[in-house]
Design a binder for this molecule. Structure first.
Ligand SMILES: Cc1cc2nc3c(=O)[nH]c(=O)nc-3n(C[C@H](O)[C@H](O)[C@H](O)COP(=O)(O)O)c2cc1C
Length: 370
């Protein structure tokens, strides 16, 4: 007997969209766009079509400009050719009755000069995340970035606006601003990576400014209730991020201020690592921010069917974004409905080129036939 009464499988209204369930697919870089134009192609159509039963698909991070890139073979959403190529992905998902947002991405200092003809990557300040960058020649040590000029900040905001406009043209239902996981906007938020003394640094309000300017710019080209954004407040020791005493107050400020907008959703991640010993970290992100954020809240990281149902039942989130489980279980909502066991993911093919580990995980039905 199907168990369709569980909280994860209830429909949800997000802005003017009605999504068929609360099992959302988290954004995941899969590094299959191995072509000079950084375009998606037929493989991506099939990959996302297979996962269209998700309440909402959030695509892999997609760079908003050539400067925004930081990993090999990630797709872009800045050129006409890229926009054209995404059209068949959105068509495939819509043909299956699904919904899909594109994640708009700028990696900032997580990039490497090899991606920029030897020029330095850009960030809030000239800091080095002391991390690794996945370049065409393999993993390389990151370098100290170049602090963005005011003109470069303006240009970046314009790039996000252009990418959002392209996303609308490509038929996406909305966009998710990637302001999470130690990438560009997160580098502005945290005092350990932002040493600016102008209006983009210093106070909490200044460090958050760029994000709100991006939202304002994107609003000019698409409806506000189709804009989502992602935050990872307690990220520490990963992707070069180090928290300090102002980190959580900064996220408190940002999340409160997001209530001034009629956004599609706020997408939060629980800490990626054990932060029980980390000074200044908030250990329970959904519980802290559910009472603060008034709109749709989607929570992520480490959830399974049981904990996903619980977090919704407890009123701590409206939906759950599943990452790795969606890699190996294209029909994840169906598996939850059937209380079926889940297929294991193969980490060795997360970022490799081609079909393997991308479009060859069977659905429950296909697995039963085999
Ligand atoms: C292969 C892989 C690629 C990822 N790429 C992105 C990305 O492009 N953008 C992003 O915001 N998060 C990315 N993430 C993080 C996931 O969205 C998610 O936060 C993480 O996997 C934890 O959720 P899970 O426990 O359900 O997998 C990636 C994770 C994985 C495993």
């Amino acid at each position: 007997m199907k168990n369709t009464d569980q909280p994860l499988l209830q429909p949800i209204k997000v802005g003017d969209l009605t999504l068929r369930n609360r099992v959302w697919m988290a954004p995941m870089t899969r590094s299959r766009a191995a072509n000079p134009a950084k375009k998606v192609f037929e493989l991506h159509d099939e990959y996302y079509r297979q996962r269209a039963t998700a309440g909402l698909i959030i695509t892999e991070g997609s760079q908003v400009s050539p400067q925004a890139v930081g990993y090999i073979n990630t797709p872009g959403i800045y050129s006409e050719a890229q926009t054209e190529a995404w059209k068949s992905v959105t068509k495939a998902v819509h043909e299956e009755g699904g919904h899909i947002f594109i994640q708009l991405w700028h990696v900032g200092r997580m990039s490497h000069p090899d991606f920029h003809n030897g020029e330095l990557p850009l960030s809030a300040s000239a800091t080095n995340p002391h991390s690794k960058s996945y370049t065409p020649e393999g993993f390389k040590e990151t370098v100290a970035a170049k602090a963005m000029t005011l003109a470069e900040i303006k240009q970046t905001i314009a790039d996000f606006k252009n990418a959002a406009k392209n996303a609308m043209e490509a038929g996406f239902d909305g966009v998710e601003i990637h302001s999470s996981n130690g990438y560009l906007f997160h580098q502005f938020f945290n005092g350990t990576s932002n040493h600016r003394t102008d209006e983009y640094g210093g106070s909490i309000e200044n460090r958050a400014r760029i994000l709100f300017e991006v939202i304002e710019a994107i609003k000019e080209v698409m409806p506000e209730n189709r804009i989502g954004l992602r935050l990872n407040p307690s990220l520490n020791g990963v992707f070069g991020m180090t928290m300090d005493e102002e980190t959580i107050p900064t996220f408190d400020y940002i999340i409160k201020k997001l209530n001034d907008y009629n956004l599609a959703y706020l997408h939060l991640s629980e800490p990626f690592t054990d932060v029980s010993e980390v000074p200044f970290a908030e250990k329970n992100i959904a519980k802290r921010y559910r009472p603060i954020f008034k709109g749709t809240l989607v929570i992520n990281s480490g959830f399974d069917q049981e904990s996903g149902n619980r977090v919704i039942e407890d009123g701590d989130a409206d939906a759950v974004a599943f990452g790795k489980p969606f890699i190996s279980n294209p029909d994840l909502p169906e598996r939850f409905a059937e209380n079926a066991s889940l297929a294991e993911w193969d980490q060795s093919t997360f970022y490799t080129v081609g079909e393997k580990g991308f479009i060859d995980y069977p659905s429950l039905q296909e697995a039963k036939v085999d």
